[in-house]
Design a protein around this ligand. Structure first.
Ligand code: ADP
Length: 321
């Protein structure tokens, strides 16, 4: 009898840890007795029938690599009835009995559509933004925060030598988690988040006060969804005698080797997802809460509202004095 096959794909924005997760999905799937297939370029590969067989060796030497060996892309056609039907035809033709999707909330909605049409699909949260409320952490977030902290330390050297204010704009889309965690761990004087009220006046006051207290330099970390770095610099320049320097970290935050924490999470998520798909369960996503893995309905998960961690913000506030 022909072996049942499970497919794995990466979709939406790439994130460090996706490769480690593909490796875990493939090796756990094979250990559970399935044949494994990699789908190229997210949902596009299902529509275009672009798939590759994956064995244990195909996922060797990728554990520490950023990006995704399966490539990733957005796929508008998958949202149409015609696109979905093409995908379903190819899924049937390739004898695929379940799919693991590694991506963000957009990709999760695709999982739901597949499951509703009889193909069990499980979502694994992967995005540097950490913008999914149902899980404490998404794959790639820890790596991105560490990348930012490293950059902040380098920028701090120059700013302290020149006694300047530095504004560092970080990614996160509409979520302030990268700014919050990197701000706290990088010792920023001020953190601008989309989720919290803030004012230029209070920011300037804090910077001026910092000078009076003898601070050689000040670091302001702003989330891209909170305030743009260049606009912030202009506002500060107009209100004080300071002339801040702006760094927009950009895509450097998306790449690089995953941290141990992200590799661990990727490996655990992959195993949990295979356990579900192997039982024919779909329409769920895997997450981590207080260190424990769990799964829940994928649409309920997407609809949860993300809130900022107030405790962390308060700590950062006190430690920046
Ligand atoms: P992310 O997964 O990072 O949030 P997107 O929001 O761009 O990224 O979604 C990735 C892909 O998921 C889309 O290009 C599309 O193929 C698929 N997708 C998004 N929303 C839906 C939906 N409602 N139904 C089916 N597929 C969807």
């Amino acid at each position: 009898m022909e072996k049942k096959r499970i497919a794995v794909l990466t979709s939406g924005g790439d994130a460090p840890g996706m490769n480690a997760c593909i490796r875990s999905v493939v090796r756990n799937g094979i250990a559970a007795g399935f044949e494994m297939v990699g789908v190229i370029r997210g949902y596009n590969g299902l529509i275009d029938n672009e798939m590759v067989s994956l064995d244990n060796r195909s996922v060797g030497n990728i554990i520490n690599k950023g990006g995704t060996m399966l490539r990733t892309a957005r796929c508008l056609e998958f949202k149409t009835e015609e696109g979905m039907n093409k995908a379903l035809e190819n899924i049937k033709k390739n004898n695929i009995c379940g799919i693991v999707v590694i991506g963000g909330d957009g990709s999760f909605r695709g999982c739901r559509s597949l499951t509703e049409r009889g193909v069990p699909a499980i979502g694994i949260p992967a995005t540097i933004d950490n913008d999914l409320a149902f899980t404490d952490f998404t794959l790639g977030f820890d790596t991105a925060v560490n990348t930012v902290i490293e950059a902040v330390a380098k920028i701090r050297d120059t700013m302290a030598s020149h006694e300047r204010v530095s504004i560092i704009e970080v990614m996160g889309n509409r979520c302030g988690d990268i700014a919050l965690y990197a701000g706290l761990c990088g010792g920023a004087e001020y953190i601008v988040l989309p989720e919290r009220q803030w004012s230029v006046e209070a920011l300037c006051e804090k910077l001026v006060h910092g000078r009076e207290l003898g601070k050689a330099s000040s670091i302001v970390i702003t989330a891209e969804g909170g305030a743009k770095g260049t606009a912030l610099a202009q506002e500060i320049k107009a209100r004080t005698t300071m002339d801040p320097r702006v760094t927009v970290l950009g895509y450097i935050q998306r790449g690089g080797s995953p941290t141990a924490s992200d590799i661990l999470l990727a490996s655990r998520f992959g195993m949990h997802a295979i356990k579900l798909v192997a039982k024919g369960i779909g329409g769920r996503c895997v997450g981590v809460k207080n260190g424990q893995l769990f799964d829940m309905d994928i649409i309920e998960a997407c609809d949860m509202k993300k809130e900022i961690n107030q405790e962390l913000f308060e700590i950062a506030e006190i430690l920046s004095r």
